[in-house]
Design a protein. Structure first.
Length: 226
């Protein structure tokens, strides 16, 4: 897969700046102030590792970034799940700012710090998964050269990327100091379950050796649970 590195750098920079601007607007406009330390901490936890990870993969695995930048799901079920997730995600990120402004929640300092640590752990899990599997695209698909990965985090659960995502989503509201926002993030759990079940049907059908891998690694998402 030929990759235009200069063009890729430009796209990455634009997307990163876009993410910074969007997060800033979503956090600080509802809060009505920049004096919202939970949002500053969370933004650093999310954006700083993202910056270094993206440029690591740009150097060592640019093909992965090409796959990760593709957004349009080809499967109808997956497309529906993603659309619902995006709506919940954006509403869920707006609520904490209003929560901070009007004082609806009183999340203890220790719980905010702990939750940010879990979000960071989830992000690192996702990065390690990407490092292990160059075919970990953002959309559900099977490529010609794709092989089953059973090493690293894939030796523990079949979907370590989603495990990292689960940690991030469940603890994001608390990391931002909001109990109320949990209402919009908790539904990500069943959405991830549906996404995984549908994805595994596709992988078992199109990816040679995946059915055998499922027999070897019993747990899909959370070790010892499911």
């Amino acid at each position: 897969m030929a990759v235009d590195i200069p063009e890729m750098k430009k796209q990455i920079l634009l997307r990163f700046l876009g993410a910074v601007i969007v997060l800033g607007l979503m956090f600080f406009l509802p809060a009505g102030t920049f004096d919202y330390w939970e949002a500053w901490l969370y933004s650093g936890i999310v954006l700083i590792p993202m910056f270094f990870a993206v440029f690591y993969f740009l150097k060592h695995d640019p093909e992965l970034l090409v796959r990760r930048m593709e957004m349009k799901e080809k499967e109808k079920e997956q497309d529906t799940i993603i659309k619902i997730s995006i709506i919940l995600f954006f509403i869920g990120l707006l609520i904490p700012g209003f929560d901070y402004r009007f004082g609806w929640s009183n999340v203890p300092f220790v719980l905010v710090i702990f939750s940010n640590a879990v979000v960071f752990l989830g992000y690192i899990t996702a990065i390690l998964t990407l490092k292990e599997n160059s075919y970990a695209a953002r959309i559900v698909q099977v490529e010609k050269e794709q092989k089953v990965i059973s090493t690293g985090p894939y030796s523990i659960v079949r979907h370590p990327m989603y495990f990292g995502t689960l940690l991030m989503f469940v603890f994001t509201p608390l990391a931002l100091g909001s109990y109320l926002a949990l209402i919009f993030f908790v539904p990500f759990i069943p959405l991830l379950v549906f996404r995984i079940l549908n994805e595994e049907k596709i992988l078992k059908k199109g990816l040679s050796g995946y059915a055998d891998y499922c027999q070897k690694v019993k747990y899909r998402l959370v070790p010892l649970i499911w």
